[in-house]
Write a protein that binds this ligand. Structure first.
Ligand code: ZN
Length: 237
């Protein structure tokens, strides 16, 4: 009963997400890295004129961000996999204990998806005969058993993407003129966010302009706030 809200079309979604999970993790990691590293650098640059401080803070933010991104990604994927395994195990037990009820439950799911009652029961019966557990896991739990996300692969690609995404800001703090650093950091941050957003939108087939607008607004808000806080703090030092 509790699976009713996620049953429609979920087997298709899960399949899709799983196949590109490491890529999604990498894109999210890079996005997060660009915005957070640029914001740290901007905040410190707005508060101090000492380049060493800016570099040190940016480097610390980059390293901490990459490590925490890797660790949290790994932990979250593992706990999701554990939950799925537990759900599958519970389904296996239910199938042994009350096979008739489980068949009717499956039929109910198909009926809700638009089949006639008789057809739904017929389909549920055939799936149950073929592989009852597979049908329940797929259509009731919405889990695609065959292609589980790979936790280590996703975690490492997210961490690597974080380092790549954040290094641009670090380069800016090391090599570009200090005077205009807040603006070059903002510019390079928005620029790389937009490039990433455009690539993502193009691959996903969604609107490029919507992505650009969203990224620019949020990026400006986040980096602007960081600059403001750094500036206020710098005035009082
Ligand atoms: Zn079931």
């Amino acid at each position: 009963m509790e699976a009713k809200t996620k049953e429609i079309g979920s087997s298709v979604d899960v399949k899709f997400i799983d196949r590109s999970s490491w890529l999604r993790a990498a894109v999210l990691g890079a996005n997060d890295a660009i915005l957070s590293t640029a914001s740290i650098a901007i905040g410190v640059a707005a508060g101090t004129d000492t380049r060493d401080f800016i570099i040190l803070a940016t480097l610390a933010g980059l390293v901490a961000g990459a490590l925490s991104m890797t660790a949290s990604k790994f932990v979250s994927i593992c706990s999701q996999t554990d939950t799925e395994k537990a759900e599958i195990e519970r389904e296996r037990i239910e199938l042994v204990e009350s096979p008739e009820l489980e068949m009717l439950e499956l039929a109910g799911i198909y009926e809700k998806r638009g089949l006639k009652k008789e057809t739904a029961i017929q389909v549920a019966k055939e799936f149950t005969e073929k592989d009852a557990l597979a049908a329940h896991v797929r259509d009731e739990l919405g889990i695609n058993k065959i292609s589980q996300p790979k936790p280590l692969q996703s975690a490492l690609s997210a961490g690597a993407a974080f380092i790549m995404g954040g290094s641009l800001s670090l380069m800016v703090t090391i090599f570009l003129p200090e005077k205009s650093m807040v603006y070059t950091l903002y510019g390079s941050g928005i620029f790389s966010l937009i490039i990433l957003g455009v690539v993502t939108a193009k691959t996903g087939g969604s609107s490029v302009w919507k992505a650009i607008t969203r990224i620019t607004l949020w990026g400006t808000l986040v980096m602007g706030t960081s600059a403001f806080v750094g500036y206020l703090f710098g005035m009082n030092m």
